[in-house]
Design a protein around this ligand. Structure first.
Ligand code: URA
Length: 241
């Protein structure tokens, strides 16, 4: 059993900042095993029956969010000048030990998994696991069978040769649209693969990572908890269950 301070327990579960929580506890809003408690420093078991303003809380060690990352926000936990993906999650007043799994460029939109499950993150990002990432891309220039073939062969970049990738053309024109599935997550990978074919990516959005699909009902900049099923499938893909 692991006991933690009551104020940390409640802050971890997203019920406010530590100082807001201390105030709430002192004012008698919190009960532990049915008894009102006014000491925010009280050590409680994670399995204790804790209620905040009459509502049961329940402690979770591992949490998982899907963020619909908007363009213009950087994939970092903190930055002195620029807004980060964690700033978007923190608006939900949640715990402080979260980090993004992999990164999207500042201009890229779409699915970003944010968690405190280091083991899952490590596995999903491990090059050996080849977890597929699917993107929607809009590029300047035509796309046709030649580009599909080049993606399939594995595009040679300055510092590495990309693994075979799947290019599905959605529309062909002066500006074309396609779905791209890659197995790696190297820096600027999709943009660099298109650049190697003289195509400039003008819009990029990640749609999925392994079995996890961006929820299209989630507005840009919003996040939601993953469902139990989504977590189970991801952990299975990562070889953790
Ligand atoms: N590939 C890129 O070029 N950028 C991203 O953000 C993700 C994949």
């Amino acid at each position: 059993m692991s006991a933690i301070r009551l104020d940390k327990y409640l802050a971890d579960m997203g019920l406010g900042t530590r100082s807001e929580i201390r105030k709430a506890v002192r004012s008698g809003l919190v009960t532990v095993d049915g008894q009102p408690v006014r000491d925010p420093g009280l050590r409680v078991e994670k399995t204790a029956d804790i209620a905040f303003d009459g509502k049961p809380v329940g402690y979770e060690d591992l949490v998982y969010y899907m963020l619909h990352k908007p363009a213009g926000v950087i994939t970092a936990t903190e930055d002195a000048r620029q807004e980060t993906v964690l700033d978007l999650i923190r608006e939900e007043k949640t715990r402080r030990d979260l980090f993004p799994v992999g990164r999207l460029d500042k201009d890229t939109e779409g699915l970003l998994l944010i968690t405190n499950d280091g083991q899952l993150a490590h596995r999903l990002l491990s090059p050996a696991r080849h977890v597929d990432k699917r993107y929607f891309a809009r590029v300047r220039g035509h796309l046709g069978p030649e580009e599909v073939r080049r993606f399939e062969e594995g595009i040679v970049l300055e510092d590495f040769t990309a693994l075979p990738a799947l290019l599905t053309i959605l529309s062909d024109g002066p500006v074309s649209e396609a779905l791209v599935t890659v197995r790696e997550g190297k820096f600027h990978q999709v943009r660099r693969m298109f650049a190697a074919l003289d195509r400039e990516v003008v819009y990029l959005k990640r749609l999925s990572m392994g079995s996890l699909q961006l929820d299209e009902d989630l507005p840009r900049g919003a996040c939601r908890r993953l469902s139990r099923e989504e977590i189970g499938r991801l952990r299975m893909e990562a070889g953790l269950e």
